[in-house]
Every structure is written in structure tokens, then in C-alpha cells.
Design a protein around this ligand. Structure first.
Ligand code: ADP
Length: 222
């Protein structure tokens, strides 16, 4: 499973880019020459697993019933994501993991999983000014207020907001990827302002790294 770990602040445009990347790679797979092993492509995210944004909320009163502790609910969510990634794990499967992926140790764990399979992993960081990301969340909160219980009120929906305290806390806890760390490398970045041409350039570089002629060779003890 070449693994693509998408990371960024909450409501910074991660899912938007993940979907664009999914579309781009689907096309590259379709264009693979006959006779070459065809990759399968998977997109995994909190939304595809119906994980609520509430799991990241550390305030005890926000916890869903029967959850052991705030931290445990996030750990359970990570276990679910890890399980989903592992299930499709194979050198023939490309996995896009769209999520906050904000903990350094978590990205390290995913990197090790890919490495065990001797398949490459890369990180795609979505860069977005904090104020802009905050504005998106505030717009979503407003929309939820206006729409009442319809659709956007669902905490696991694509367009669902984070509670303001939860959002602030996630930004505070965010551990930026660092290309000097082997588990965050190679590191690709897209910022909000990047246009389609730039996005395609970055997506092509990712494809080259994981599936191209010069794809990264993963050695067991590197
Ligand atoms: P996240 O997955 O980080 O929560 P989303 O991808 O859902 O964020 O994006 C939040 C909102 O911002 C969406 O309404 C989306 O249409 C918009 N958006 C995301 N990225 C961009 C961008 N690069 N340019 C313009 N709008 C964007």
C-alpha cells in the first residue's frame, strides 16, 4: 500500500485536496499501460468511517455516552482508522488517509506500517492560514444553527463543524510535519491559494514517488 498521509489544521481544506488527489490518481491508474500491475485506490477518512468530530474534543462534558474518557474516544477513533488502513494494506493498494493526522507519533506508526510492507509512504501537508481555517469552521457553525438538525448537524458529515473549543484545541495540539523526520518524508505541500495546475504538479510528483518508474525503494532497515 503506498500510503499518502494527508495532514493539516481542522477545516483547512484537507478533504477538498484529498478528493482532488483521489481523482488525479484514479486517472493515472486508468492510464497505466496494459500488462502493468494495476493499483487499487482507497480513500479513508473520519467521514468514510463515520467518526464524529466530537472524539477530538477533550472537554469531558462533550463526550458521547459510554465513552471511557476524552482521550480514550480519540484513541478508539485512531484504532478504527488504523484497522481500516491495515485491512487494505498491500503493495498493490494506494491508500489516501485524509484526516488531521496531527500527532507525530501517529504519523510515525503509519510510516512503520508501510515500511513493514516495504511500500512507500508520503505526507501531503495542507497549508492554510489559521484565520481562514477558523472562518470556515465559523461559517459551518452558523450554517448548523440556521439549518437546525438537518445534515450539517451530523458531527461526522463532510460539512460538519467542530465546536469552537475543540477547534482551538486541535490547532494548539497540532504537530507540524517536518521533512527532516524520516516518517514525515518525503513531504509535499499544497497551500490554499495553489491553483489547479500547481495541485496537478504536486499530485504528479506524489505519483512518481509512490508508483512511477523511479518509485522510492523501501529497504527493511532504513
Ligand atoms: P477539511 O477537510 O480540512 O475540514 P474541507 O476540505 O472540508 O476542509 O474544506 C473546507 C471548506 O473550504 C470547503 O467548503 C471547501 O469547499 C473550501 N475549500 C477548501 N480548500 C479550498 C481552496 N484551496 N480554495 C477554495 N476553497 C477551498
Amino acid at each position: 500500500m503506498p500510503l499518502i498521509i494527508v495532514t493539516g489544521l481542522p477545516t483547512s481544506g484537507k478533504s477538498t485536496r484529498a478528493k482532488q488527489l483521489h481523482e488525479h490518481i484514479s486517472k493515472r491508474i486508468a492510464a497505466q499501460p496494459e500488462g502493468q500491475t494495476k493499483y487499487r485506490l482507497h480513500l479513508i477518512s473520519d467521514q468514510t468511517l463515520s467518526i464524529s468530530r466530537v472524539v477530538y474534543d477533550l472537554s469531558p462534558e462533550k463526550l458521547p455516552a459510554h465513552t471511557r474518557s476524552a482521550n480514550a474516544s480519540e484513541k478508539d477513533a485512531r484504532a478504527a482508522l488504523y484497522g481500516a488502513v491495515k485491512r487494505v494494506l498491500s503493495p498493490r493498494d494506494i491508500v489516501i488517509l485524509d484526516g488531521l493526522n496531527y500527532i507525530k507519533g501517529w504519523r510515525y506508526q503509519l510510516f512503520c506500517e508501510a515500511k513493514n510492507l516495504r511500500t512507500p509512504s508520503v505526507v501531503l501537508q495542507i497549508g492554510c492560514a489559521v484565520d481562514r481555517a477558523k472562518q470556515i469552521n465559523e461559517e459551518r457553525l452558523k450554517k448548523r444553527e440556521t439549518n437546525g438538525s438537518e445534515g450539517v448537524n451530523d458531527d461526522s458529515a463532510d460539512e460538519g463543524p467542530y465546536e469552537p473549543g475543540n477547534w482551538d484545541n486541535l490547532v494548539f495540539r497540532y504537530e507540524e510535519p517536518n521533512a527532516m523526520n524520516r516518517w514525515d518524508s518525503p513531504l509535499f505541500t499544497l497551500i490554499w491559494e495553489d491553483d489547479e495546475a500547481r495541485a496537478n504538479e504536486v499530485f504528479d510528483s506524489i505519483w512518481e514517488t509512490i508508483a512511477g518508474e523511479n518509485r522510492k525503494v523501501v529497504k527493511p532497515n532504513q
